[in-house]
Design a protein around this ligand. Structure first.
Ligand code: 13P
Length: 252
């Protein structure tokens, strides 16, 4: 199965109403429509989701949430249900980002439950995994990431409803990028785990790389065998940078 690339922006906790103009500028820079050969996604703060989904109109730009609760409604002050994201115009939701694993102590079981809620709501789950610097230096990177993949995948995961994102924690927001060899070997490792967990139907899931992706390094990273696009933080905030990353991806 041919894997369709996904170029995803994660705005994290950045963006007031005024930031909507960046998405509008991105659409304008792309001539009004996203490229037909791959998918482009922005995950803004939840406060902007509905407006940005309206702004995106028929441009083909997808919107996504950055997290969801594992339950579909109820007494969970401050949380957002996957169905609410869907209702606001999201097609995707990120679960298990390392910042949530660190800030809120989210473990694999909780990430898995959130991913399952995403699937029930009809969203595509972007399941994030990645080792810390200490784990890498201790030679544990493959074991840690393998365990995260096995523990975080939702029941019913397939290439259609799940995307994996490998984000080495030490490469996020630091300007440090994993070497191409490290990315290649980890993505192959994740692909192997997907195959074991769900056979060919899951092994065809997209695996994104995240961690200091920029216009200058995106082409090299995205052109590798088991890399099916990127999850981009800082460089997704400005339309010019994000558009440049989309542009270099068009020839891949
Ligand atoms: P940066 O691209 O800013 O390193 O962030 C990566 C990330 O965490 C995306 O989810």
């Amino acid at each position: 199965m041919e894997r369709r690339m996904l170029i995803a922006g994660n705005w994290k906790m950045n963006g007031l109403q005024s930031a909507r103009k960046e998405a509008a500028a991105l659409i304008a820079l792309q001539g009004g429509n996203m490229p037909g050969q791959f998918d482009v996604l922005i995950c803004p703060p939840a406060t902007l989701l509905a407006d940005m989904a309206r702004d995106a109109g028929s441009s083909g730009l997808y919107l996504g949430g950055q997290d969801c609760h594992s339950e579909d409604h109820g007494a969970h002050t401050g949380d957002i249900a996957a169905a609410m994201l869907k209702d606001a115009g999201a097609g995707y939701v990120i679960v298990g980002h390392s910042e949530r694993r660190t800030d809120y102590g989210e473990g694999d079981a909780q990430v898995k439950a959130k991913a399952e809620a995403a699937l029930v709501a009809g969203l595509i789950a972007i399941v994030c995994v990645g080792e810390t610097l200490a784990e890498r230096e201790a030679g544990q990177a493959f074991a840690v990431v393998g365990k995260q993949v096995e523990g975080s995948l939702p029941v019913g995961a397939s290439a259609k409803n799940c995307v994996l994102a490998y984000e080495p924690v030490w490469a996020i927001g630091t300007g440090k990028v994993a070497t191409l060899e490290d990315i290649a070997s980890m993505h192959a490792h994740i692909r192997g785990k997907l195959k074991t967990a769900g056979g060919a139907a899951l092994a065809a899931a997209r695996i994104l790389y995240g961690g200091s992706v920029k216009p200058s390094n995106a082409e090299q990273i995205f052109s590798m065998e088991d890399v099916d696009g990127g999850l981009i933080g800082g460089a997704s905030l400005q339309a010019t940078d994000f558009s440049a990353i989309i542009d270099v991806s068009k020839s891949l």
